[in-house]
Design a protein around this ligand. Structure first.
Ligand SMILES: Cc1cc2nc3c(=O)[nH]c(=O)nc-3n(C[C@H](O)[C@H](O)[C@H](O)COP(=O)(O)O)c2cc1C
Length: 328
């Protein structure tokens, strides 16, 4: 399946893994790239240069295919400029194939110094955005492509809440650089739909949790199969950073705190990163932030990355061909 995304990155399938804090480690990243997609290594899990460089090198030992590195650029949540400098310097030195920026656009950080540095090193730059104007601004600044992130997505959808089905064609009609749909994408129907809407591919994250190569407790896999599309919720508007997460005990508490006007100090204990290991490694999904998207309604099994990606592309091709026949 060839699109401008597969051509730009030299990959077989137009399917990218999104950044996933605590989950997108080298083995999963490499498995996705080896299966023909674009695996993701998430920088925020590494606090120093040695471990970050080590993770890039470990991924390269596991795959000779390209992969993308997520940098969530949110200086406002207390990550230091030194840490970001370490990420961008290492990514430049290592000349990784591609970088996914979310949060602050790279051209608005440090006067675009790192954007230029990464581009000069030949790194492809992708920005995850939730609006047409942010997409246009990224294109103007020299990004190579954008992820059009609809409100269905896990993580932090923009609080304008535009759905993927509208955001994708709007971005495709306004931008010249490739647009890749994210939010609600989990199977061949999604990929076929995204291509019809003008995208060059899809980014998925939640779906990749239910792969054999994603190192989580079996209870997490079972829970994602059991939970449906109406069991995630938007939270965080009162503190200026909207997120989407699984509806569980902690998020119910957060919603109550927000409703009565409570502040960040009250919210943090319920969603703190420290709870992450309990969730993913011990399978306690009722406590803490499980940042999944509405696409969990489309997760019915656990597959290897290869089974998942082969299946998605075969299904998408079949759907596109059969519908051509149906309507001609
Ligand atoms: C468990 C999990 C952790 C995530 N962590 C990050 C992150 O650290 N940075 C980021 O930019 N996006 C993060 N995201 C968002 C994804 O990269 C992606 O934009 C979104 O999940 C796509 O929607 P989907 O999950 O329905 O496929 C995370 C998503 C999940 C499911």
């Amino acid at each position: 399946m060839n699109t401008r995304l597969t051509e730009m990155m030299g990959i077989n399938y137009p399917i990218v893994c999104g950044g996933m804090m605590r989950l997108a480690y080298p083995p999963l990243c490499a498995a996705i790239s080896n299966a023909g997609g674009l695996g993701n290594l998430t920088a925020a899990m590494y606090e120093d240069r040695e471990s970050f460089r080590g993770a890039i090198q470990e991924t390269r030992r596991l795959t000779d295919k390209p992969f993308i590195v997520n940098v969530t650029l949110l200086p406002s949540i207390g990550v230091s400029d030194d840490r970001y400098a370490m990420y961008f310097d290492t990514l430049t030195d290592e000349r990784v194939a591609a970088v996914e920026i979310s949060g602050t656009p790279l051209h608005r950080y440090q006067n675009g110094f790192y954007l230029k540095k990464l581009k000069d090193a030949g790194v492809k730059l992708f920005h995850k955005v939730g609006s047409v104007r942010h997409g246009k601004s990224a294109e103007k600044a020299g990004y190579d492509a954008v992820f059009a992130a609809g409100v269905e997505e896990g993580g932090h959808p923009l609080n304008e809440n535009v759905a993927t089905t509208v955001l994708t064609p709007r971005m495709a009609e306004e931008l010249s650089i490739p647009v890749i749909t994210t939010g609600g994408m989990a199977d061949g129907r999604g990929l076929a739909a995204a291509l019809c809407l003008g995208a060059e591919g899809v980014m998925m994250a939640s779906r990749f949790i239910n792969t054999r190569e994603c190192a989580v407790h079996e209870k997490v896999h079972e829970e994602l199969i059991r939970r449906q599309e109406n069991e995630t919720v938007l939270y965080g508007n009162s503190i200026g950073l909207q997120g989407r997460a699984l509806l569980n005990e902690s998020i119910r508490e957060v919603l109550k705190i927000e409703e009565r006007g409570g502040g960040l100090e009250e919210i943090i204990p319920h969603i703190a990163g420290a709870l992450g290991d309990e969730i993913w490694q011990k399978g306690d999904v009722e406590r803490g932030l499980v940042a999944v998207g509405q696409s969990i309604g489309l997760i019915h099994n656990v597959l290897t990355c290869k089974e998942l990606l082969d299946g998605i592309v075969q299904d998408a091709e079949a759907i596109l061909k059969s519908n051509l026949r149906r309507f001609s």
